[in-house]
Design a binder for this molecule. Structure first.
Ligand code: SF4
Length: 343
């Protein structure tokens, strides 16, 4: 491994210069992932400077999330959604359009994330596509983000033709064997193919990883940073692993919040113009965690105000008791971080 010459005393600027130049990349990333205390604060300052370069107007995006359905054909080890005991639901196309109109008119939202368990079923996809088309007809300036997992090229094309602007497809782990150990019913090559299809169809794409997955090493994080950055994504993310109830990983150790924040800072430094969320999982593991995510370079917040209350407990990605930030909390943390919310 190439060494960093003359590196001393956690000189973060030097470490970050190496990361940007791709010189002694692995060593530099590992050093940056380990910094704590004052050095960590310096890393976050560099990340915020990168964000200011990419977003000189200091804007932070707020997205409403609608959890369309908890029917999922996968059964990922870290997620409780595929759990057979959970009561299943699907929000109808008509209800989806009404929810979008309500959020647009009453809450002022202009970005809507449509999330669901992975389900290629033709009728389900056709319903969501129809709802998206109607939303775009009624509310042309509403940005729609699809997040429905692996679909066929033809199905992605239908979403594109319906006016869906962006698509989120997290890679979770860039090492194929790690990906397939945490998502045993999926193949890494299929996920990669989906990312290629989305790019070919002209979506603005987002992807990301989970820091602290069982079996993940520091070398994996180095590779993940390179993988995500090389894709030149519009949206990047890193969430922290939570061993959720009713998951196969229930007894595992949670991911480390500080390492996750450092990884987010590195993602920001490598991707100054990408949108990056500060996730509720950070808040779940550490008080003020979501604010700290913004201080580490994030500039997007999501609010789960699009899922009807009766379905909210039925969509437990990492836990039934997940932290669900409200409007006030998000406004306060964005302001404290020196950013301004845009809809
Ligand atoms: S992480 Fe996504 S694909 Fe995996 S079980 Fe949960 S909802 Fe399904």
């Amino acid at each position: 491994m190439k060494r960093i010459e003359g590196f001393q005393n956690h000189d973060l600027q030097t470490i970050c210069s190496h990361i940007l130049a791709g010189e002694a990349f692995a060593e530099a990333v590992k050093l940056a992932l380990r910094v704590r205390g004052e050095s960590q604060q310096r890393l976050f300052e560099i990340a915020r400077a990168a964000r200011l370069q990419g977003f000189p107007d200091r804007r932070a995006e707020i997205r409403s999330v609608v959890e369309i359905s908890n029917i999922c054909k996968q059964r990922c080890n870290y997620c409780a959604i595929g759990c057979e005991d959970t009561q299943k639901y699907v929000i109808s196309a008509q209800d989806l359009v009404e929810i979008a109109s309500f959020l647009y008119r009453e809450r002022g939202r202009r970005v809507l994330l449509l999330q669901s368990g992975e389900n290629k079923d033709a009728r389900f996809v056709a319903n969501v596509v129809r709802a998206c088309g109607e939303m775009k007809d009624k509310l042309p300036d509403l940005q729609l983000i699809g997040c429905i997992g692996n679909l066929s090229h033809a199905q992605y094309r239908e979403f594109k033709q319906a006016g869906v602007d962006r698509y989120l497809l997290k890679i979770e782990a860039s090492r194929p064997s790690l990906y397939e150990s945490v998502k045993p019913n999926d193949r890494w090559s299929d996920r990669r193919r989906c990312l290629e299809d989305l790019a070919e169809l002209g979506f603005r794409i987002g992807s990301g990883i989970i820091v602290g997955l069982p079996g993940q090493t520091e070398d994996d994080l180095v590779a993940d940073l390179a993988f995500l950055s090389d894709l030149h994504l519009d949206m990047v993310s890193a969430s922290v692993f939570i061993p959720g109830r009713n998951t196969f990983y229930e007894q595992m150790t949670p991911g480390d919040v500080e390492t996750t924040l450092n990884f987010m800072a590195l993602l920001r430094i490598k991707n100054p113009t990408a949108l990056m969320p500060t996730t509720s999982s950070l808040e779940k593991l550490k008080a003020d965690g979501q604010y700290l995510g913004l201080m580490a370079g994030a500039n997007t917040v999501t609010i789960h105000d699009g899922t009807p209350p009766e379905f909210q407990q039925l969509f437990p990605i990492y836990d039934q008791k997940r932290f669900r930030p409200d409007d006030h909390h998000l406004r306060v943390i964005v302001e404290r971080a020196g950013l301004r919310l845009v809809h």
